[in-house]
Each structure stands twice: as C-alpha cells, then as structure tokens.
Design a protein around this ligand. Structure first.
Ligand SMILES: [Zn+2]
Length: 380
C-alpha cells in the first residue's frame, strides 16, 4: 500500500511519511471545509480568508492524526519495540511498528495511548473554542471541527475490533487473562471482522437512504478493516510457525564462486546469462571478498565491461545487511521485507557460511504449516 510515499522528515528520530492516497483525503477535507466556511462568513470577510482557514484546519486535523500515531510510536520505542516509520494515508495514520509488544500490559498501554491523545486533543480544542469561539465564525467553526474530529478519532479507534486500538486493548486483556497470544489474537480479529461488517452494513444503509458519499466511505473503511483484521491474524500465524527456528535450518549455499580477475563482459555472458543463480561470490586470494550483483554491474557503462574486473565492483561482505545462522527466522523475514531484498547473506564471524533466500523461507513456511495443518484448516 505504501509503495509511493514521500518522506517529510523526522520527528523524535521517527521518519514521517505521506502516502500518495493521503493527498486525496487532504484535498477532500480542505474542499468540504472551504465550501462550508465560505457560506457562513459575513459579507465583508474575503473568501480567500475562508479558504486559508479551511486548509489550515485540514492541516491541524492531520497534525492531530500524527500526534495520535506519535503517541503509539513513542511508547512502543520506550518499551523496546522498534518503530520503522509513521505513514499518513487515506484512512488516517499507521505506525509501522515492526514487532509485537512483549507483554499484555505493554500492548494495552501502547494501544490505549493513541485514543487517549485524541480525546485530550478534543478536550483542548473544545476548551479553546469555549474561550475564543465567539470572536469570529472563522475561529469558531475550525475549533469545533477539530474538537469533534478528534473526539470521533478517539472513539472510532476505541472500537473493540483488531487491528483498531480498542481491539488491541481487548487482545491485551484476553492475552493477560489466558496467557495465550494466538487465541487472544484470533478472538480479537474475529471481533474486528464483526466490527468491519457492521461498518459495511451501516454504509450500505446510509447509501440506500441517499447519503451515498458517507455510505461509500464507510463501506471502504469496513473493507479496509476487514482485510487488516484477517492479515494481522495470519501474520501472527507465520510468526508462530517460525518461532524457535533459526536461519541455520533454511540457509543454503547455492552460489557460484567467480575469480576476481574476471571481466564484467565475461561474467555476464558466462554466468549471469548462461547459468543464472541466486548468488555470485567473488573469490580472492584469501577467500571470498564479497558479492557480485546484477544491479551493481548495470551501474557500469557497457563499453567499460571488457576492461573492468569484477574485483572493482564487488560489494564487500561487511557492507551488506546480513544475518547470522542463529538469527531467528521471523526476524530474518522481517529484515528481508524491510530492506526490500530477496536474499540475505549469512555471516558467522565475518565469514560467509550461506545465503537465506525468500523462496527457501516460503517453502519452509509451507512445509511447517502442512505439518501443523490439522488445527488450522477452515479457520478462515
Ligand atoms: Zn491508534
């Protein structure tokens, strides 16, 4: 979903991104606020001012969404759970928190702090509205909107369906009660799907009654939540399948050793084209010096290939992201996903001992789930 996102910068060391779909919702909120504000201003107030107020209100709203996500992320980081980034998108914001919280209590706090932030913001905006609301309609309307929008954001997220914050709190309570994370996730994600279906039904009901814009919007939110509820459970399934397994069980050394004096044109003709493999290693006098990748070769102009040796384009092992044979497989899979690569070299004390490829990892997951198949069938 977040392939085309723009990084705005960092807050507290956390990268803040916006997905292209966010531009749509930002434009829509600004436009609907603008058309409302221009209708309600007095004759002598310039229309431009109403539009400026609309855009500023819209920005303040998304800053509130960001504050909600930041609250989650900062608490996560404080509890030692890594945060990759925060992305704003069409349905709000998402903190990309790359691991599950360690305890039920940690999860409850991490989940609860988001809606709490929204409710506090709602109260603050409402307080300012009560003090300054009478000054002008262009101050009153934005403050009232920000108060109600934050209130809705807080309440919406407190709905008890996973992956909404309320669903996470529910999961934490069930997890704490029965000490079974898988069962707790399953129940919370069932409730999550239930909440999602209610959204879809209510959306259809609204649309049928003529309010088709809000109706369709709710249907889309419902579909998004339904999908998220499902995938968060299957993700946990994969993580529990990989639990207790290490890279050593899956790694292989399906590599070709190339002599370092080989030129690029020969390397391409003789190996990359004729004998395609997952990995190419460059062999020097003292053993393997690093990796050769097609991407690296493509950066060299073709007319220089006959005179360039592969030792000049080798990527030293110390420069590549790697895992060790003892790395947990779930961690390795997440690392692969976050780096956007299909293989990771396996190093032990600086020496290459194998390669972990996505294909092998997927086959492993398939075999494991076939082994444990019985209780899993028909769950979805
Ligand atoms: Zn939240």
């Amino acid at each position: 979903m977040f392939r085309q996102s723009i990084t705005l910068g960092k807050l507290f060391g956390i990268p803040i991104k916006i997905d292209v779909s966010w531009i749509l919702i930002f434009a829509w909120v600004s436009l609907s606020l603008g058309s409302q504000y221009t209708r309600n201003i007095s004759e002598e107030t310039p229309t431009t001012l109403a539009w400026v107020a609309a855009v500023l209100t819209s920005l303040a709203f998304f800053a509130s969404v960001l504050a909600h996500e930041l609250a989650h992320s900062l608490i996560a980081r404080k509890q030692g759970v890594p945060v990759r980034d925060i992305t704003l998108f069409i349905f709000g914001g998402i903190s990309q928190i790359t691991d599950e919280p360690k305890t039920a209590k940690a999860e409850a706090v991490m989940a609860g702090v988001g809606p709490l932030t929204s409710l506090i913001l709602a109260a603050v905006f409402y307080g300012i509205y009560r003090i300054f609301g009478l000054v002008s309609p262009l101050i009153r309307a934005p403050l009232l909107f920000l108060a109600t929008a934050n209130l809705s954001l807080g309440i919406f997220n407190l709905l008890p369906g996973f992956p909404l914050d309320g669903g996470r709190v529910l999961r934490a309570v069930l997890w704490g009660a029965k000490h079974d994370l898988r069962w707790a996730t399953r129940v919370a994600s069932y409730v999550g799907q239930g909440v999602a279906y209610l959204f879809i039904l209510y959306g259809i009901f609204l649309a049928a009654g003529g309010d088709w814009l809000n109706g369709i919007w709710l249907v889309f939110i419902g579909l998004f939540l339904e999908n998220a509820a499902r995938s968060s459970y299957s993700q946990l399934n994969i993580s529990s399948l990989l639990q207790g397994h290490t890279v050593r069980e899956v790694m292989s050394l399906d590599c070709v050793l190339l002599p370092q004096q080989l030129t690029l044109d020969l390397a391409v003709d003789e190996y990359l084209v004729r004998n395609p493999r997952r990995c190419y290693l460059v062999n020097g006098p003292k053993g393997i010096t690093g990796l050769l990748t097609a991407h690296r070769i493509s950066q060299i102009p073709k007319d220089r290939w006959p005179t360039t040796h592969i030792s000049e384009v080798v990527i030293p092992l110390s420069d590549v992201k790697s895992v060790t044979p003892e790395t947990n497989l779930w961690q390795a899979l997440q690392q692969m996903t976050s780096e956007g690569v299909n293989q990771l070299p396996v190093l032990a004390e600086g020496e290459l001992v194998g390669m972990l490829t996505r294909d092998k990892l997927l086959t492993f997951i398939r075999d494991q789930s076939a082994l444990l198949g019985g209780d899993r069938k028909g769950q979805w």
